[in-house]
Ligand binder design. Structure first.
Ligand SMILES: Cc1ncc(COP(=O)(O)O)c(C=O)c1O
Length: 417
């Protein structure tokens, strides 16, 4: 007689193993998934777990201590309820369009705690931002001139900072956004000229912003970038028209999407940051408020993209689960949002969490393109039409970073639970 193999429900990805479960059901915000699906009334939908967002912010705040202000980058998830929730937890909101600015202001956040970064702000957006009194992070000379003109026209003193493109790059970012030629920020060597120009206008020049890159899991690289950024800002301070009151060191902390990804060592980031702030920035720039701004890290792991199996088919030995969602809502999971090599996001069958009847399956969406692949040949509990397939890590750059109009399917719902 051979020994029975030890059989466990499928939980190969650490993120799958970590989700809360009751019996067969994934719990989102404490609500069993089938109950939540009934409450939402239609699939597919995005669900964001309020408590997980709160817990993540508390964890970051505890690590940072009081010396660094925490901003939320609204672009990661601009759902108004999510932004409203975060507005009560963080110190500042970072926006990248007039619409995001309005979402941020709708929360009741003081415009002095809203910053507007990003290339290609239109003259109308700049005018709105000046009128609102938010901090405008200048990405070019042209933007600077438009801000000054809008201030003159409106009779308002614009509040500005300069986003600097440093002469160093940060390694390890999924998306690098500084160093070398960039559409982001003003090249460090051009900043002195811009500061001279700003000094001759009536704008309120507060300081500097550097955003080095997104989705970085290396605490060492993040720490190095923050330290190099601090040195750069200190070196520019002499040329400031006034004192430096604002230093935004960016963020870019990543989350684990793939089985071999390890979470960022937050302790290490905060230890190094404490040294950079305490020993370099505070003595050199005593009036400066130091900020970091995080998007993905605060909301990414709190999000679930919930789809329903519409069809189950076997094609030449391969099992396909065809779901009612797809890349038009969760582009990144399909591998088409900048990934070089496609790898599977963590997926699970949210109403068969305890099932021991497992199989290899490929989860595809309902679009007529082979690109619409949510999970390629992964171990899953055997699922049937009606079951709920869930993509994890869907809280950041999901719905609003996806081609929602492609194939004209209805928009999915979003709920904060
Ligand atoms: C200026 C700026 N701030 C913040 C972020 C948020 O980055 P993340 O979601 O990686 O924290 C981005 C992302 O592109 C950005 O460009």
């Amino acid at each position: 007689m051979t020994a029975q193999p030890l059989v466990e429900p499928v939980a190969l990805h650490p993120a799958v193993a970590a989700v809360p479960v009751a019996g067969d059901e994934l719990l989102v915000g404490g609500v069993p998934l089938t109950r939540l699906a009934a409450r939402v009334g239609s699939t597919p939908f995005f669900a964001y777990d309020r408590q997980r967002i709160t817990d993540r912010v508390r964890e970051v705040r505890a690590a940072l201590g009081g010396a660094v202000r925490l901003g939320y980058a609204v672009k990661a998830n601009p759902m108004p309820a999510v932004v409203q929730h975060l507005a009560g937890l963080v110190d500042a909101l970072d926006v990248a369009s007039a619409r995001e600015m309005h979402t941020a202001l709708d929360t009741g956040t003081d415009p002095h705690h809203v910053s507007f970064a990003g290339p290609g702000k239109t003259p109308e957006e700049i005018r709105s931002a000046v009128a609102a009194g938010v901090l405008i992070e200048l990405e070019s000379d042209t933007e600077a001139r438009r801000v000054v003109a809008a201030g003159d026209e409106l009779g308002v003193v614009p509040r500005v900072a300069v986003r600097v493109n440093p002469d160093f790059a940060v390694r390890g970012s999924g998306m690098r956004m500084s160093g070398g030629p960039q559409q982001f920020g003003v090249d460090a060597e051009q900043v002195p000229d811009l500061l001279r120009y700003l000094g001759a206008t009536g704008v309120d020049m507060l300081g500097f912003h550097v955003f080095a890159g997104s989705q970085n899991l290396s605490a060492e690289q993040i720490a190095q970038a923050q330290s190099a950024t601090a040195e750069l800002v200190i070196s520019l301070a002499d040329q400031m028209p006034g004192t430096v009151r604002y230093v935004n060191l960016g963020g870019g902390l990543g989350i684990p999407y793939f089985p071999k990804d390890r979470p960022v060592d937050l302790g290490l980031v905060s230890e190094s940051l404490a040294v950079v702030v305490g020993e370099r920035i505070a003595p050199a720039l005593p009036d400066a408020d130091v900020h970091i701004e995080l998007g993905r890290y605060l909301v990414g792991e709190a999000g679930y993209y919930v789809t329903r199996v519409i069809d189950r088919k076997i094609s030449r030995g391969r099992t396909y689960l065809v779901v009612d969602g797809g890349m038009h809502h969760q582009l990144a999971a399909s591998g088409n949002l900048g990934q070089v090599i496609r790898r599977n996001y963590p997926v699970l069958v949210g109403d068969r969490m305890a099932s021991l009847d497992t199989e290899q399956a490929t989860v595809v969406g309902c679009l007529c393109t082979p690109l619409d692949l949510l999970a390629d040949d992964v171990p899953l509990p055997r699922a049937e039409p009606g079951d709920l397939v869930v993509v994890l890590q869907a809280g950041a750059y999901g719905l609003t970073a996806s081609p929602t109009a492609f194939l004209s399917h209805p928009a999915p719902a979003e709920v904060l639970v």
